[in-house]
Ligand binder design. Structure first.
Ligand code: BV8
Ligand code: ZN
Length: 247
């Protein structure tokens, strides 16, 4: 691990008045949570259009829930890793905003309660019919679930996972907060994301456009690598603790 890359990032974070971090599935890889597009990726065995879309759910809610229940069981057996713990500490510092695409809840379990969760949570469910009392998400942490799909406690219809599917809009207030944090920071750090999914990946572009120093921590390159100032080809769980120790 190059000491100057560690010192370079520590210097940037130390000198920054505001830092925004965007994480993706790669930050949870070391915890054993399968990523979406990596070698052991979730999508390899399943096609996104088959499972993470409203049409898929309308067509076969049980199949979609079998996938989510399997993922919930996998994630329940995982623990936050050193990258989550470092980012939870950084998120306590003034001027640091943590934004995540992840739905696994590991940032929150590491103590980053205020993480902006752009794509929702696999630990929340809500009424698929959108009935008056069931439309707000509720926590449901049972694994495995007794009934697939879980029934809405208010209208008895199917509940759906409390996540944002492809073709669904992100919560405008949440995305607005993330966009402001990307456009207003001195340093923007993308950790463990393939920058393949929009509008989340657009936060990197917004940070760059607004003059932030942009950094990517990822063993592999991404489509946005050419536009970034610093590319750290290291796993997050090894690199972030070294930067944290150098702060
Ligand atoms: C929307 C929740 C408006 C569900 C997910 C342009 C503008 C707007 C929309 C689009 C657009 N172009 C295309 C679209 C449509 C679509 C999209 O982006 N499609 C992609 C595939 C091209 N976007 C949408 O539909 C979004 N909605 O735009 O609303 C709208 C409304 C109506 C009609 C049209 C538009 C909604 C997107 C949200 C989808 N939901 N998740 C669930 O989890 O089941 S996305 C899913 O992918 C996850 O949330 C995941 O986080 C996310 C991104 O993937 P990554 O996190 O980056 O994970 P990945 O596996 O890809 O990469 C891991 C990386 O980690 C790798 O690079 C690897 O090298 C690295 N890594 C591995 N180990 C480590 C590591 N890094 C560091 N350390 C390690 N140890
Ligand atoms: Zn309902």
């Amino acid at each position: 691990m190059s000491a100057d890359a560690v010192e370079q990032l520590a210097g940037l974070v130390r000198a920054a008045a505001s830092v925004t971090v965007l994480t993706g599935a790669g930050v949870s890889a070391a915890s054993g949570v399968p990523t979406f597009r990596g070698a052991d990726g979730l999508w390899r065995r399943y096609r996104p259009e088959d499972l993470a879309t409203p049409d898929a759910f309308a067509r076969d809610p049980r199949l979609v829930w079998e996938w989510y229940d399997w993922r919930r069981q996998r994630i329940a057996a995982c623990a936050p890793n050193d990258a989550h713990h470092v980012l939870a500490r950084w998120a306590q510092r003034p001027g640091v905003t943590l934004v995540t695409q992840n739905v696994d809840g590991l940032h929150e379990r590491a103590g980053a309660a205020a993480a902006i969760r752009l794509h929702g949570s696999i630990w929340e469910v809500r009424c698929a019919r959108g009935c008056a009392r069931g439309r707000e998400p509720r926590r449901l942490e049972t694994v495995p679930l007794e009934t697939l799909p879980p029934p809405c406690p208010h209208c008895g219809g199917d509940e759906r996972p409390g996540v944002v599917w492809f073709g669904e809009s992100l919560d405008p207030a949440l995305f607005g907060q993330a966009l402001a944090a990307a456009g207003g920071c001195d340093v923007f750090i993308a950790v463990g994301t393939s920058a393949a999914v929009y509008p989340a990946a657009g936060l990197l572009v917004e940070a760059k456009r607004s003059g932030a120093t942009t950094i990517e921590i990822n063993p592999d390159g991404t489509p946005l690598t050419p536009y970034l100032d610093v590319a750290v080809r290291q796993p997050a769980e090894r690199f972030l603790p070294l930067v944290d120790a150098a702060l």
